[in-house]
Design a protein around this ligand. Structure first.
Ligand SMILES: [Zn+2]
Length: 295
């Protein structure tokens, strides 16, 4: 029961019967099923209402189910000490930061049941990739992080807490640069490739850091970096085979062509920002590295 969306009123007279999927308003006398409600509220014909509902459910459902999955995984984190231990190993200790980044844990084997009980169809769970073809949870013993676009969750990123498997996304886009809405205001930003690089930098006070979840930026992520004049500190891994720095050089070249100032931050050999801080690096030292960054 609530205020009628179809006429102006101050006391609720609008009733919805969720079992029969019907509504009725005692104020204006309108009533009917979901399609009738769309006809009246959106001023559409019957046929147009069907199309409207089709689009709504196609777009909204994956978003809703990914949000549910992410919330569920965040709750799980408290029940699995091994996940907490893994985060500690990666230098991520601050509970507020864990909440802010919406970090969760997928133990595997309990998501499917939870979401089916919420009323999501198995077909939808498979379409989003949360459930694999064998109808098992796709994410198993992974620390999970939601990927967003315009504040909608579009994907989940999972890092295995066992070293045997590296990382994976569900099918689909990896979304925007992480936390871009809060980072984009800074005249200079630090770009890192990994979510745990980002976490330790934020923890150390470098709030102007963002993350592309891999060295290969999507065209949308690239466009975001170029949305105004700024300096980008590319802080990719410094690995022995040089792949991180090669990626940074290529990206710097493309960014400069768009009028963006770039600096390449050189961590000690074999390090990424995460290992730098986990192995005792201090904010002061990282600050010097930013100042010494190569043009
Ligand atoms: Zn009414």
């Amino acid at each position: 029961m609530g205020l009628c969306p179809l006429h102006l009123e101050t006391r609720p007279s609008f009733y919805v019967n969720v079992r029969k999927n019907l509504f009725y308003c005692h104020g204006c006398g309108q009533g009917g099923d979901l399609i009738r409600f769309v006809e009246l509220s959106q001023h559409l014909s019957f046929r147009q209402s069907l199309t409207y509902l089709e689009q709504q459910s196609a777009g909204a459902e994956p978003d809703a189910v990914l949000r549910q999955a992410s919330a569920f995984y965040q709750q799980q984190l408290d029940h699995y000490p091994e996940a907490r231990r893994y985060l500690e190993q990666r230098g991520v200790r601050d509970p507020a930061l864990i909440r802010e980044l919406q970090i969760g844990y997928a133990p595997g084997g309990n998501l499917r049941c939870h979401l089916l009980a919420q009323g999501y169809s198995l077909g939808l769970l498979k379409r989003t990739g949360l459930i694999n073809r064998k109808e098992h949870d796709a994410l198993f013993q992974r620390v999970v992080f939601p990927c967003c676009r315009d504040s909608h969750i579009v994907n989940l990123y999972g890092r295995s807490i066992n070293t045997a498997f590296t990382h994976r996304f569900l099918p689909g886009s990896k979304g925007d640069l992480v936390a871009w809405e809060s980072v984009r205001q800074f005249p200079s930003v630090i770009l890192v490739e990994g979510i745990f690089d980002l976490a330790v930098l934020w923890q150390a006070g470098f709030r102007h850091a963002t993350c592309s979840l891999g060295t290969h930026l999507t065209s949308e992520q690239f466009r975001q970096l170029c949305d105004r004049p700024r300096t980008v500190y590319l802080t990719f891994d410094v690995d022995a085979n040089g792949s991180g720095q090669q990626a940074a050089q290529g990206l710097a070249h493309r960014l400069r062509a768009q009028g963006i100032t770039t600096r390449r931050v050189l961590l000690p050999l074999g390090h990424d920002p995460n290992s730098f801080f986990v192995q005792g690096g201090e904010a002061r030292q990282f600050h010097s590295l930013l100042e010494e960054a190569l043009p």
